[in-house]
Design a protein around this ligand. Structure first.
Ligand code: EPZ
Length: 427
């Protein structure tokens, strides 16, 4: 994985179109196998996580091809019911395929997705939901053997509005006889996008975006076309980059309501934000003040994925900004790296207190995870001097050409391939 070189001090100016949503397209790609059909997914972001999902589809026997931002999936030829360890470890959110494989074939074998940089990432709620629908799940030696004698609609009450568990339950319910009601469902916009896709696929789904989702009948259609919603976390990321660097940036093709907790926080800090139906413009031309208390919560609360990003905007803001992380147990790993820039951040349990400093300096930093890595890029834009950022593979999982996007806005960002990468390209 190469090294990014970021020289801070340039303000950002210009316009950009935000990519399709990673967290919407992944469950939609899983949904494409619930029945044998041909699916055209439009506005599909070019990300390593999407590549991994395409690999899983091909392993299952489906066709999956990309032409620019369109991914075509033909799941009529699906033959396999297992996801091997190497593909599971490539992307832990592959567990989202479990409900869809069960709905289609009534058996599934996969390895435990395991934890990640953010924490243990258990899947107990996913498995309990599938058991409520009649699946029997054998967990042995890190493997999951799942099967059912015919899924039956059920009332599923989630102990926590888990995004993934809600999506897995929705997908499995498409293969169940009768009505399924998911209570305490996650309300994220990505769930609404999945509902829109499932409706096009022929499912009777309602309630997405509220805490109760109902799936009743399913009359499969053979062809589906769907345009993926814009990525609300990438939208938030670009706004936070502008806040950290200063300047004026306009996002196009976005859904402002999806990330209004982030724009509200940036306005509290002194940024000017103009919202239109599909654009958001941010102007940051004066020193920022500390943000009000940020507490991450399930949607529509402040999104955990934007916590590291807003923190990057607060490193030089006057005063102390407090962040409480309620969703993941280990989502402050970017803090130690931010301190290398000279940031003043104190952690006490699930709360981080960021006291603005007058100046930040470039440093050698390591991307700890997807959003933490993007937050280090944002912070580096606001430093004096040069930053070398390694382990950028994390960032490629969720951001389409972030370096090129920032360069087009005036940032001084360049990519230096690893030794062997440059040798290979020289041959
Ligand atoms: C989705 O992860 C997103 N990923 C995450 O985005 C996002 O941070 C998260 O939702 C919360 O919004 C995708 O959509 C691919 P959860 P998910 O189930 O579904 C616990 C990014 O940066 N939990 O809502 O895994 C879990 O440990 C990624 O794009 C259980 O205990 O999130 C966590 O503490 C990071 N048991 C909390 O619930 C379960 O069975 C929320 O997890 C499931 C979850």
């Amino acid at each position: 994985m190469g090294v990014w070189k970021i020289t801070g001090g340039n303000k950002l100016y210009g316009d950009l179109r935000v990519q399709g949503s990673k967290n919407a397209v992944l469950p939609i790609m899983a949904a494409a196998i619930v029945t044998g059909c041909e699916t055209e997914i439009i506005n599909c972001p070019q990300l390593s996580d999407v590549d991994a999902a395409m690999e899983i589809l091909r392993h299952l026997g489906c066709k999956a091809e990309r032409e620019k931002d369109i991914v075509n999936i033909d799941s009529r030829s699906m033959t396999c019911t297992d996801i091997p360890r190497d593909l599971m470890s490539e992307m832990r959110s592959s567990v989202i395929f479990l409900g869809a494989i069960l709905a289609r074939t009534h058996e599934a074998q996969l390895t435990y997705p395991g934890g990640c940089e953010l924490g243990a990432r258990p899947i107990d709620m996913h498995l309990d939901a599938l058991k409520r629908l009649g699946a029997s799940i054998d967990e042995r030696g890190g493997k999951l053997e799942c099967r059912d004698e015919g899924l039956l609609g059920a009332r599923i009450v989630l102990p926590f509005p888990s995004v993934g568990a809600t999506e897995n339950a929705m997908l499995a319910a498409c293969g169940a006889k009768g009505t399924t009601t998911i209570v305490n469902a996650a309300k994220e916009p990505e769930i609404v996008d999945l509902q829109e896709f499932l409706r096009k696929l022929g499912a009777e789904v309602s309630g997405a975006g509220t805490s109760t989702v109902t799936i009743s009948d399913f009359t499969p259609h053979a062809h589906v076309g769907h345009r993926v919603m814009p990525d609300r976390i990438v939208s938030a990321t670009m706004l936070c980059c502008a806040a950290a660097a200063g300047g004026a940036v306009t996002l196009h093709g976005v859904m402002p309501d999806d990330f209004e907790t982030v724009t509200a926080a940036l306005e509290d800090m002194g940024c000017l934000v103009e919202r239109r139906s599909k654009t958001v413009k941010i102007v940051c031309d004066s020193p920022l003040r500390a943000s009000k208390l940020i507490t991450t919560r399930p949607y529509p609360g402040f999104p955990t994925d934007a916590q590291p990003l807003l923190m990057a905007s607060c490193l030089k803001a006057a005063g102390t900004s407090e962040f409480t992380e309620n969703i993941f147990e280990n989502r402050f790993r970017h803090v130690a790296e931010m301190r290398r820039f000279g940031a003043d951040i104190k952690i006490n349990g699930r709360t981080a207190a960021v006291t603005g400093v007058r100046e930040l300096h470039g440093a050698e930093v390591n991307a700890t995870d997807l959003r933490g890595g993007a937050a280090l890029v944002a912070a580096a834009l606001g430093t004096e001097g040069e930053t070398l950022l390694t382990d950028t593979g994390h960032i490629l999982r969720g951001y389409e050409a972030l370096d090129k996007t920032l360069t087009a806005l005036g940032a001084d960002v360049s990519y230096e391939p690893e030794e062997d990468e440059s040798l290979a390209s020289a041959m």
